[in-house]
Design a protein around this ligand. Structure first.
Ligand SMILES: Cc1cc2nc3c(=O)[nH]c(=O)nc-3n(C[C@H](O)[C@H](O)[C@H](O)COP(=O)(O)OP(=O)(O)OC[C@H]3O[C@@H](n4cnc5c(N)ncnc54)[C@H](O)[C@@H]3O)c2cc1C
Length: 435
């Protein structure tokens, strides 16, 4: 039987999106999911799929049927010879990593949390950092899509180029992804290092940091000259027995930062000071651990986020402009700006489509006014031809998106072919894609 909730309220992680679907449905089998799609088509209703609800944009919002694949999880098949592992699409990334680890495998790269479902993560182009690594959807070899016609379509690297480039980042607009086959690697150990630099030192070392480390990211604290650098490099497996108890996590993950954030929310004038205190208290340390335990960290402090991918050579210029803008406009913000690198790819709606990219994420503590900051920053990102992360806040319209994504029309043509009924659309998607 389906597990169904009627007229429930649904909220995303940051509670910036609230929806009241008529039904929230959690099919327990593929057969039930197919029956649901057919039923929806017959009744002319629309349906949105949700993963872990960790997107900041109303991608999954609907007042009709919301489907969760939480019960369709785990490993479906393993091809050891070609190192391919097929997961049911509702599997959370933390379970993907755990299940792979139990079998001696790992993913080559991950983002900074592991709560997302594998289908949700790939559908918005979720990424980690490392200029030699592409975003997570690039680890997909094959996926199975349930289309609006109620049919299962296998889309793979070798089967059909156009569908493959369209489907890996497709925001749930082409159909419901039911299985994902990932290319995996043998499990490995990462050595993590957290340390503080001045912003100018960071700029001077930017190219070296990017080239010399497997993965590098840094956090710049607004209204300060301080960055926190976090690097990850492969290490000998024997080192994995080293404890990581001396490793402090980045500022955004610790409890003190929550208290400081509350202070900033209650008295926005203290935001600058809070950013300075946080920069002063940047945790430093080193640790060895299995790869999946190094990438992801819990996020204790809730926020809203905007993130843009600009051509990688513009990292420094964008941060300098953000700094100037904040100095001039004196905006109340204490959350650090997160800076990462991602290798270019060929996925049509990927923010790093055909260009190596610098991803720059700005955050505002939940409950604090964000429009002033996000609007001003977005202007800077756009000046550098930035493309927005689909799961994070942006204000772009179809005409702007079309300029940024040269394959937009090709993507929309495949969408019309696979879902001529608009079964998988909501008002937000109709609006930003002019459908
Ligand atoms: C605290 C936090 C940290 C984050 N860190 C990172 C990061 O490090 N890097 C990064 O790039 N992003 C990051 N994100 C953004 C996040 O990875 C993306 O928004 C991601 O898409 C969320 O996955 P989800 O499973 O929650 O999907 P949801 O947000 O639930 O859905 C996202 C999209 O996927 C679609 N979808 C979900 N399941 C299916 C399916 N089975 N078939 C078809 N479509 C489907 C939905 O319809 C929707 O369009 C972060 C977000 C938060 C809240």
């Amino acid at each position: 039987m389906f597990s169904i909730k009627q007229n429930a309220v649904w909220k995303n992680w940051s509670e910036s999106v609230v929806a009241k679907p008529k039904r929230i449905v959690r099919p327990k089998t593929l057969g039930q999911l197919i029956a649901l799609v057919k039923e929806c088509r017959e009744n002319n209703c629309t349906l949105r799929v949700v993963g872990a609800g960790h997107s900041f944009t109303p991608l999954a919002a609907t007042d009709e049927v919301l489907v969760s694949l939480d019960h369709l999880n785990g490993i479906d098949a393993i091809d050891h010879e070609n190192r391919l592992v097929t997961f049911w699409a509702g599997t959370r990334l933390k379970d993907v990593s755990r299940l792979l680890d139990e079998r001696g495998y790992a993913l080559e790269n991950l983002g900074d949390i592991n709560e997302q479902s594998i289908a949700g993560a790939i559908s918005t182009g979720t990424h980690g950092t490392g200029i030699r690594f592409q975003s997570i959807p690039n680890q997909v070899e094959k996926l199975t899509l349930l289309t609006a016609h109620g049919e299962l379509l296998e889309i793979g690297r070798e089967q059909n180029d156009a569908y493959f480039e369209a489907a890996r980042v497709s925001l749930g607009m082409l159909g419901i992804i039911v299985k994902v086959t990932l290319k995996v690697v043998p499990q490995y150990v990462l050595f993590a290092k957290n340390y503080r630099l001045s912003l100018e030192e960071g700029f001077q070392q930017l190219n070296a940091l990017k080239e010399a480390n497997r993965n590098v990211e840094f956090f710049w604290f607004p209204y300060t000259d301080v960055i926190q650098v976090k690097t990850l490099n492969e290490a000998d497996e024997k080192a994995a027995s080293f404890s990581n108890r001396f490793m402090s996590k980045v500022v955004m993950e610790n409890g003190l930062f929550y208290l400081l954030s509350e202070m900033s929310r209650n008295a926005p004038k203290t935001a600058k000071l809070v950013s300075q205190i946080s920069a002063w208290g940047v945790p430093v340390g080193e640790s060895y651990n299995k790869s999946h335990l190094q990438y992801a960290t819990p996020r204790l402090v809730k926020f809203n986020e905007m993130e843009y991918a600009v051509p990688e050579e513009h990292m420094e210029a964008v941060i300098r402009e953000l700094d100037d803008m904040l100095q001039k406009q004196n905006i109340a913000v204490h959350f650090p700006v997160e800076c990462r690198y991602v290798k270019g790819d060929s996925i049509w709606l990927s923010p790093s489509y055909e260009r190596d990219s610098a991803y720059i994420g700005i955050h505002m503590y939940k409950g604090m006014e964000l429009h002033h900051y996000f609007d001003a920053a977005e202007e800077i990102f756009l000046h550098y031809n930035g493309r927005p992360h689909w799961g994070k806040m942006h204000s772009l319209t179809y005409d702007q998106l079309k300029q940024l994504y040269p394959k937009m029309d090709a993507f929309l043509a495949i969408r019309s072919e696979l879902d001529p009924f608009g079964l998988f659309l909501n008002g937000y998607l109709r609006s930003i894609f002019h459908i």
